[in-house]
Design a binder for this molecule. Structure first.
Ligand code: ZN
Ligand code: ZN
Length: 241
């Protein structure tokens, strides 16, 4: 059985279209017995998101809030099919946890071949920790080829409970296909809520049920053990404690 101890994709008021403070998010995580959250507000290219100084100043966050470890993160936007992000190395390198995601209102979709090339390029970006909601029907790609490359480059593949299980049945199908390929190729995933309000922190039941059904190995779920998450962060920041 897979039990999660961390939620690595959450938003606060700073995203512009989310509704809780960081304290409310940490308190909600505590109530749900999570030991760690990553606060990952949208990057600057998202309409209504905050200024880059917000991310530069995340050091203002205490490491623990109410007993919950809070990673200083971002959900950076992929801007185009060259896999450029809306945050440069100077902004990203001090952060604990960097998600890179495609959003239709920012990066116009193209062909599956071009999405494949884009993801292969994104896999080469050393700043990126996790690929956000890759199951999107808007951006089909060569799953087998790209998932293998994510594994080879140490990228975590997201199983996003909200995007994959509350958006469209096709997303749900795609998510299962991606999970099966991660299992086949030994690629680590993270199962997250993508909560935009405190009540949704840790909501991952449908994603976990799918992983259980297909026999997904617990040891390939990064956030099933906080030590795994911390070990991942410490690869970038050896002094992180
Ligand atoms: Zn997103
Ligand atoms: Zn998000």
């Amino acid at each position: 059985m897979i039990i999660l101890h961390a939620d690595l994709h959450t938003h606060t008021l700073a995203s512009g279209h989310a509704y809780s403070t960081i304290k409310e998010m940490a308190d909600a995580a505590k109530e749900k017995n999570l030991e760690l959250i990553a606060s990952t507000d949208h990057g600057v290219a998202m309409e209504g998101a905050c200024h880059r100084l917000y991310f530069r100043n995340l050091t203002a966050y205490p490491r623990k809030m109410g007993g919950v470890t809070v990673l200083r993160g971002i959900e950076a936007n992929v801007l185009n099919m060259d896999a450029e992000l809306d945050a440069d190395e100077r902004l990203l390198s001090p952060l604990d946890w960097v998600i890179a995601s495609l959003h239709e209102i920012i990066a116009p979709p193209s062909t599956p071949a071009i999405h494949t090339e884009m993801y292969l390029r994104l896999a080469d970006n050393p700043m990126v920790d996790m690929i956000g909601h890759p199951e999107s029907t808007t951006y089909p790609f060569d799953y087998d080829r790209v998932i293998r490359e994510f594994g080879a480059k140490g990228k975590i593949v997201e199983i996003n409970n909200y995007h994959a299980f509350h958006q469209s049945p096709k997303n749900t199908q795609n998510c299962e296909e991606i999970a099966r390929l991660c299992m086949k190729h030994g690629v680590t995933v993270a199962v997250n809520s993508d909560a935009h309000i405190c009540h949704r922190v840790g909501e991952t039941a449908l994603a976990l049920a799918m992983l259980e059904r297909i026999g997904f190995p617990e040891e390939l779920v990064l956030n099933a053990a906080v030590e795994r998450v911390l070990a991942h962060v410490q690869k970038k920041h050896p002094d992180f404690a």
